[in-house]
Structure formats: structure tokens, C-alpha cells
Write a protein that binds this ligand. Sequence first.
Ligand code: PLP
Length: 357
Amino acid sequence: MHALSRPTLTIDLLAIVENYRRLIAQVKPAEVAAVVKADGYGLGAKPIALALSAAGCKTFFVAHVEEGATLRHTIPDATIFVLHGYDAAHRALFAEHKLAPVISSKPQLIDWLKAGLRTQHGLHLDTGMSRLGLSEADLTMVEGAAEPSLVMSHLASADDPEHGKNEEQLTRFRALMNRFSNTRFSLAASGGCFLGAPFAFDLVRPGIALYGGNPGKSSENPMRGTVRLTAPLLQVRSIDRGDTVGYGATYSASGPRRLGIAAIGYADGLMRSLSNRGHGVIAGVKCPIVGRVSMDLVTLDVTQIPERDTNPGTAVEFIGPDQPVDELAKAAGTLPYEIYTRLGPRIERHYTGAHRS
Ligand SMILES: *Cc1c(COP(=O)(O)O)cnc(C)c1O
């Protein structure tokens, strides 16, 4: 028997590979790199990098140098860019694992030039996000230094094709590009892949789209769902009119109800903002979350489900074919990014769909 009480996350590596291929077709002839920071958006950087690498992906992005070091032996020949850039304290780690820092500030650039490492590196230019990135003034320092293998910037509003910021950043990026000759350029993350050919340049850096999140704001998500999150019912109980549910007694039944108690809570990433909002799905039927989400449990109104379909152990789907991650995220008042990266360590993870040949 399967462990009765644990939530389960099934990650379909083939679906991730299919999303990768779909992006390749979308941005051709640009290269599609994979962003696998934060442990592959919480879904498992190693199995994902392995599957994508087997499918032909040659370039990966992480945030921290340690994430790159951990991944190195999984993808020995890939280029691994470190988005947080270079710092002298980690010189040995960059050298040993051949990690390519994406230099994004003047102090980093100074340290990098001093380090004298011959490994690849990228430059991150700020074009209006005001987060990471060298300013135009900082660029005078770059003259005479070794050519970066990648010059990139990041879009602030790429999920909204109508947003004027996109063109504004594209124009700024183009103006800064003139200073570099023998390098490759990158501007687009997931959203940018769908803004049209001028945004693709030589390489795109999708994360969320690979994992099935909607790269844009439109109701049609062009990507395939990649995960199924379920939790088993621990018990079912009946309540009467006026009975309340959970901490704070925030839900009061207006009539007789049957409740299903599922073994997942905010400690597992089922966010507390889903209290009295959102659904779990049993046998294709949406069951409203009632009362507060607690640390290890959530309560669902299963009145409409036949009793024989609500036995203890019955799987309640929170993400999957019946409830895409975008839908759960919307109910929680957040984005798929946050839903994924909060999925907790108690969740049993299974991988399907792709194996190393
Ligand atoms: C996280 C990140 C990405 C990937 O973003 P998605 O929206 O998930 O595609 C790309 N580039 C940079 C600089 C990032 O920080």
C-alpha cells in the first residue's frame, strides 16, 4: 500500500521536455536555456536538468553559486550561469565547477577582473527593472576586459504583451548592445518568449513556462501541465447547520454538510490564503476549501461527492489536470512561481516520463 497519510507530488519530466521543445519551436533559431534556480522551482533541479540535458539543452541558469556547484556533476558538460554573479569568497567554487557568473554590479566586476579566471562569464545590464544589472555608466569599465560570452537583461512586464515597458527595455537593450561585438545576447524569460521575434535574440531563459505555468496573462496557457499534487483524505465527518469548521471558527455550515479532512497544510505549501477560498478536486468534482488551512490539514466540503468516493485514503487533487497550477495560484492570491517554490519537504516526490538512456 501507498503511504496513506502523505501528500504526493508527481512530476512529469516528459511534459517538461515537451514544454522545452515547444519553446524551441516558438523562438527558433534562438537557443532555449533552462532556468533551474530554487531547486528547479521546487520541482527538483537534478532530475529536471538531467531530462532537459538528455533532450539537448546545453545552458542552465541558477541563482546561487552553491546551486550551480550541486548541479555540476549532473550536467558535466553544460554551461551553468550563476545569476547572482561573482564574489571573491567563492572564487574556488567558480573555478572548480566551471561556473559562469553573470556579473551584475560594479563591485562584482572589479572582483571578477581581479580574479583572473578564464571561465565563461555573462554580463547583466539594467534596462529598466532596477533590480540587478550594470548601469550604462558602469559599462566604461568593461572596455578592454575579456569579452563576456553572454550579455543579458531582464524584462519587468513580459507577461503583459501590451505593456509599454517591453518596447522601452528592448530599445535600451539594443542601444547598449552596440558596445559588444563577439558575444551572444539574451533578454527573454518565459514571458519574453511570447513577445515576438525581436525579443528572442540568441538565447532565451525560460523557467516557469518549462514547468507548465502560464507565461502570459491570457486565459489560454500554451504550456502543458507538468505536476500533480494530491493529498489523501484522513477522514470524513458530517456536520449540522450552525456547526463551525477549524481555527477561528471562520466557516459556519448553513445546513448539513459532509467534510473531508485532507493531509496537507500550509507547512506543505498549501498557502493559508486559501482559507475559505479555492478547491480540492475529488474524482473530477471541485470541493470548496472550508475554514482555515492549518499547518498539516485542510478541510473540504465533500457533500456533493458520493460516500463511496470519499473513503479514507481517497486522493484529493490540488494541482493537476483538474486544477492547473495557475488556478490554485489565483485562488491563493499569488503566482505559480510561489506555489511551486513553497512545496514543502514532507511531500513525497515521484518522477515519471523520462529516463536516462
Ligand atoms: C528567474 C529568472 C528567469 C526565469 O524567469 P521565468 O519567468 O520563470 O521564465 C530568467 N532570467 C532571470 C534573470 C531570472 O531571474
